[in-house]
Design a binder for this molecule. Sequence first.
Ligand code: FAD
Length: 403
Amino acid sequence: MNTAEGPLVIVGAGLAGLRVAEAARAAGFANRILLVSDEPHAPYDRPPLSKAVLLAEGHEREIALAPGDSLAESQIELHTGRAVTAIDRTAHRVILAGGEALSYGTLVLATGSRVRTLPSLPPGAPGVHYLRSLDDALALRRDLAAASRVAIVGGGIIGLEIAAASSSGRQVTVIEPQPRVMARATAPAVSDYFERRHREAGVTFLFGATIADAARNEAGWTLRLSQGPDLIADIVVVGVGVLPNTELAAAAGLEVAPGGIVVDAHGRTGDPHIFAAGEVALHVNTRHGRHERQETWAHAAAHGAHVGRSLLAPDEGYAETASYWTDQYDINLQAWGTPIGETDIVRGDPAGGKFLVFHIVGGAIAGVSAVNAVRDLRTAKKLLGHPPPPDLANPAVPLKAPG
Ligand SMILES: Cc1cc2nc3c(=O)[nH]c(=O)nc-3n(C[C@H](O)[C@H](O)[C@H](O)COP(=O)(O)OP(=O)(O)OC[C@H]3O[C@@H](n4cnc5c(N)ncnc54)[C@H](O)[C@@H]3O)c2cc1C
């Protein structure tokens, strides 16, 4: 197959789709590149949506991923407000809502994820918010301005970022079924630190609870919980995870698992003309030798760029180390590698607001989380794959990269 023949059509103009386009062009792809998005906006960055954009007006103007004329300069044709509704694999065309068709030589699906919703709190109901897109963030910011009681369903990263951005002057309650915050994403020592800082900011946590029912009247929303008294709120923000947008691929007969569109270490599906990139891709990482899906900015950027390059010149395969960050109040957490160990070694005193946690798996350091310690992270990363040195927990003994 020659992927340089015919136009490259990319479905989804998020971070991954954009990086596919840019990398393919940079690698010498000479044909047309069409970037098709069902959103009305040019590509923008999502992380600020749960942080700066919620805090103050104006930040939404600083989140463009391809500012100025950069797309035009790379001859990347952007089509916004155009949902792709079907793939015709035989004719090598995608069909857009409205019926128009676009021909492709190579098709990349970079359709990302959508929020998981709760039936008792439907998206679009007054005072109910989910957060994935810029429009979601602007609607939430508008409603927050008039709200004094905010219920957040889900104590994961997005829920906590929203709690941090909305806690000033409001009564914020986080409802979380697990016994700790960010339980899926980080180790208990890091969760404990974040929970404490949120409590200091006045946030209330209801752990071990889920939503049994929800009803709205003129006083706001009444949430009946699986345990404990009802909770009354002016607005309810739901952050209970995401689902990959795999329907297009599935309807076209491509292999799809509950975790995403199945691709190899180069982003290839079973159809030699169709690839998938970013958060929607259940991809192979050659470091781990298994299929996985990641919901992080760094992965969407790296995987998009890797797939874009692979269209022209496949290398040995995708091999990025997983990483993510979150910002809440003045706390910055950067996680590198496996974010939860069989055991975890804390270096530094969390009470001082700056510490590292090394995650140990099978006797070796498999990951590290740095809380307000990004400079130490540089050396700490080099310890990955090595057994923990004896003085690792003692911050008085300098961290040394293995000889
Ligand atoms: C509020 C928020 C905050 C975040 N904060 C952080 C953070 O602090 N740190 C971190 O590491 N990660 C963070 N992330 C995660 C990170 O932003 C995502 O993993 C990344 O944006 C995924 O990029 P993507 O391009 O794969 O998918 P997406 O960004 O989901 O883009 C996919 C695009 O495809 C479009 N699309 C879908 N189907 C179709 C179709 N049929 N036709 C046309 N277009 C279609 C979608 O509308 C969307 O625009 C955050 C995410 C969110 C939502």
